[in-house]
Every structure is written in C-alpha cells, then in structure tokens.
Write a protein that binds this ligand. Structure first.
Ligand SMILES: C[S@@+](CC[C@H](N)C(=O)[O-])C[C@H]1O[C@@H](n2cnc3c(N)ncnc32)[C@H](O)[C@@H]1O
Length: 278
C-alpha cells in the first residue's frame, strides 16, 4: 500500500471517501495550471514556474509574503512542515530564507511539481512527499512550525487537521494557517445566493467549508492564538462567465469595493491564524 492509501485506510469510512474525492479533484487541478495563458510552455520548466508566479499566493497577496518574511526571520535554521504545498511556491520562499522545509501534499502531481520546482530553483528541502493532513505519518513533536495556506478547510475534517498539525509540532512551535473561509462574509453570501463558487473556472473542489471566526478559533485547542487576521476584504474578479458572473462583475463588485475599508474588512472572506502550541 502507498502512504496515501495507508493514511486513507486509517480514516473512518465516510471521511476516507471524502478524502479520496478531495485527492482526485486536486490531483487533476493542481493550483497554478489555471493561470497558464500560453499552452506552448512546458509544465515543470523554469519558464513555466516564472509564467505562473505572479498569480500565486505570496506574489499576488502581499500579506502572505509579509508573513513568510516575518516567520522566516524567527525560523532560520529551524524545521517547518508545509501541509498542502501545491506547486511549492510558499515553501520555496522559506527555503530561500534559510528555513529547513518538509513540503507535503495529498496529491502525487503536486509533489512531483514541487520537486521539479525546487530542482529548477536549485534549492534543497529536507523532504517533499505525499501526506494526508488528516493523519500525518510524522512522529509527535517533530517540527518547529507548520505552514498551511488555503488547505485545512478543504480536507473534510478541519478540526482533525488542526489537531494533527498540533501533534507534530514541538511545544512552543508555531502553526501559521492562512485563508480559512469565513462566514458571514461577502464570498459566503455570493456563494449562497448564486450557488456558485466564483473563484473556480470549471468544477469546484468537493469540500470548501465556511466557518465563523469563533468556530475557527475554537478548533485551535491547546494553542495560544497570537494573531487572527481578516484577509481578502475586497471582491475579486470572477473566474466564470455568464449572467451570474456579469451581475457579480458589474453590480456587486464595484458596489462592495466602494465600501470604506473598516466596513469591508468585517466582511472579508478569509481568516488567517497564527498560534503557538502550549
Ligand atoms: C487551494 S490549493 C492550495 C495550494 C497551496 N497551498 C497554494 O497556496 O498554492 C489546496 C491544496 O491542498 C491540498 N490538500 C487538500 N486536502 C489535503 C489533505 N487532506 N492533506 C494534504 N493536502 C491536502 C490539495 O492537494 C491542494 O494542493
């Protein structure tokens, strides 16, 4: 049995089925491919990663890069686990700043792309491998930090994924978990009204849970919360086309984006949490 199969087999049957559908979805939708505008570029080449880089999280959202810089300054020489690394852009930035990194993802395709990405960038990780956030194969108290961006609310059992992150952290270790989907928020309202996720062009991921801030913070049992920040407080361009997308684009988006910052921030659709294991 592969590690993924062993990890899946250890889950309750319903969660194992959910996790398998999450894996199938992400294995054919590795985050990054949707930004390719020139299909002649060979995936996995230096040119390919440079082509999609401006659209990836740390380069598109300055607060993510700021967080990587702040955390790297603390974690230089220490060991960070990334859960759900996608094509490895976040891990790459930690590696460049002297942090030791183990990068993991549920899907073999993401792991292959990350390995390739590190090769073309000439950086060396401690390990890059398939792991399921719901049942990590690392011993207790292995890492100084866990980084996960846009992942744990999409696993099928967010509470369990946070508990796993806590288990593999050393006492005093840092969990930096960004971009939980919030409710109430502008995205949650749009999502409910239109029964569509405006972020994805084609098929939506099988799981994307929305939580209130209190629900998210309550899942950080055994942690001291250091920061909980509202992010994405402005409406994004819609990835889809058609009537609903046009209503969103010409109606909701300009009206919402005209709101004063303080008000808009209340309706931000993502929450990022930095917490320390007690
Ligand atoms: C929205 S993408 C984010 C990728 C990356 N963090 C980024 O920001 O570019 C979600 C990622 O989470 C991974 N993922 C989903 N469920 C997972 C699980 N149970 N364990 C580990 N990774 C998971 C997916 O394979 C996918 O690569």
């Amino acid at each position: 049995m592969s590690r993924t199969e062993t990890q899946e087999a250890a889950l309750e049957p319903e969660l194992a089925r959910t996790s398998a559908s999450v894996r199938d979805y992400w294995d054919s939708h590795t985050l990054g491919f949707q930004y390719v505008s020139d299909p002649t570029i060979e995936p996995g080449t230096a040119e390919f990663f440079a082509h999609i880089r401006p659209w990836m999280n740390p380069y598109k959202f300055p607060w993510i890069m700021d967080r990587i810089e702040r955390e790297s300054a603390r974690l230089r020489g220490k060991h960070l686990l990334e859960i759900g690394c996608g094509m490895g852009f976040d891990s790459l930035e930690f590696l460049k700043r002297g942090v030791r990194v183990t990068a993991t993802d549920l899907t073999p395709n993401a792991v292959r792309m990350t390995q390739r990405h590190f090769e073309v960038e000439g950086v060396r990780a401690e390990d890059v491998r398939v792991e399921n956030a719901l049942g990590l194969s690392f011993p207790d108290e292995t890492f100084d930090a866990v980084w996960s961006n846009g992942v744990l609310h999409a696993t099928g059992d967010t509470r369990r994924a946070i508990a796993e992150a806590r288990r593999v952290l050393k006492t005093g270790g840092r969990a930096i978990i960004s971009h939980f989907y919030r409710k109430p928020s502008w995205m949650w309202t749009i999502h409910r009204l239109g029964r569509e996720n405006i972020e994805y062009k084609e098929e939506d991921p099988p799981v994307n849970e929305f939580y209130t801030d209190d629900e998210i913070l309550a899942m950080f049992e055994g942690f001291r919360i250091e920061e909980a920040a509202h992010e994405h407080h402005r409406a994004l361009p819609a990835k889809r086309s058609g009537l609903k997308a046009a209503l969103y684009h010409y109606g909701f988006k300009p009206a919402y984006n005209a709101l004063p910052e303080r008000l808009a921030r209340k309706w931000a659709y993502k929450l990022s949490v930095t917490a320390v294991k007690e």
